[in-house]
Design a binder for this molecule. Sequence first.
Ligand SMILES: [Zn+2]
Length: 128
Amino acid sequence: MTQLRPVGARRGGGPREPRRCRWCQRPLGARDGPGRPREYCRQSCRQRDYEARHRAAERGLDEGEIIVTRARLDGLQDRLWVLACAIEDVEGDLARSAELDDYRQALGWLLDAARPLVAELEVGPGTT
Ligand SMILES: [Zn+2]
């Protein structure tokens, strides 16, 4: 287990910023009708946030600190590393040649590197 203080967590925000899910930070659509504003984009995010806060409370962590497994954090960092390498490759490639085909290839390469991170979001940055 690893204690993790979220970096640059965008919570609350200014009045002009769209509200975001408390768990995955996905922007929340405007709620129509009365009632409390939504805090989560879906039920699984509500559940994960609840579990994370429960564990944090058990261990006496501050609000804003969560616990994630080492495996989960390593997986996320691996995918970020792949994306960072892709960015570097693409910048180098486009510095050498920037024809339309080069941009097409670069975009494909970047998307391939970025998709696993988005897939992570679909599952939710949980703790299992
Ligand atoms: Zn969410």
